[in-house]
Design a protein around this ligand. Structure first.
Ligand code: 13P
Length: 251
């Protein structure tokens, strides 16, 4: 059985006070980590405050980090800085980073390796544009993203990662992929993992769906055979809405 994951991605929202009051509201009611893995991925500047206030069940992740170990990279944050503050997860290869900050597959592969080297759990994001979907190229495109992101990883490493399938056309648009579309692509990602690694890894790796996930559509997504949770933007900003998503994952 794959343990479900509900991960919030706050993107560039919230002030310090807003972030702290969110954590106070959710940390005390977050279910046991053994039942569902609950993560908040916050802007780097907030991570220290959030880690200090989390309880043992809520986990904190970063939204990005450098692919380099250390060095003269002004403005960057390294994996070992994150772990030294108690951060446990990091989003890697989000489409917003790929598009606006020109992160390519090689950078994403390097970041994934760097995260694993420092015992951070990478949440590796893949997903196609509307144009790619309309050209019926979704599987080819996503397969290449996966193979490139996992280049040089061992089976053991792959199992420590989480994949998030986030079709770009569904992010922040209110246009969720249908549960069938999401499940079909996630199943295909599992087949890709099976070919690249083995059947057991494909069976055990967690794959989330992301893109306009809300309390009113989470149930049907989670009911699908291959969807193990969600990476959530907008609906993770409000504590009550986030808690509803976490509750849904407990059912
Ligand atoms: P929305 O849930 O706001 O569509 O964002 C999805 C996302 O990009 C999570 O990483």
């Amino acid at each position: 059985m794959r343990k479900r994951v509900i991960a919030g991605n706050w993107k560039m929202y919230k002030t310090r006070d807003e972030a702290i009051s969110f954590i106070y509201e959710v940390a005390k009611v977050i279910p046991d980590r053994d039942l569902v893995e609950t993560v908040i991925c916050a802007p780097s500047i907030m991570l220290r405050d959030l880690v200090k206030r989390e309880d043992e069940h809520l986990r904190i992740g970063a939204q990005n980090m450098s692919q380099h170990e250390e060095g003269a990279y002004t403005g960057e944050v390294s994996a070992k800085m994150l772990t030294s503050y108690g951060v446990e997860y990091v989003v890697v290869g989000h489409s917003e980073r790929r598009d606006y900050f020109h992160e390519n597959d090689a950078i994403i592969n390097a970041k994934t390796k760097q995260a694993l080297q420092h015992d951070l759990t990478p949440i590796v994001c893949v997903g196609e544009s509307l144009e790619t979907r309309e050209l019926n190229q979704t599987n080819t495109f996503v397969k290449e993203q996966i193979l490139n992101a996992y280049e040089g990883l061992s089976t053991e490493d792959a199992l420590k990662t989480i994949i998030a399938y986030e079709p770009i056309w569904a992010i922040g648009t209110g246009k969720t992929a249908t549960k069938e579309q999401a499940n079909e692509t996630i199943k295909f990602i599992r087949e890709t993992i099976s070919e690249r690694f083995d059947a057991i890894t494909a069976e055990d790796i967690r794959i989330l769906y992301g893109g306009s996930v809300k309390p009113n559509n989470i149930d049907e997504l989670l009911a699908m055979s291959d969807i193990d949770g969600a990476l959530v933007g907008g609906a993770s900003l409000d504590s009550q809405s986030f808690l509803k998503l976490v509750e849904a994952a407990l059912k």
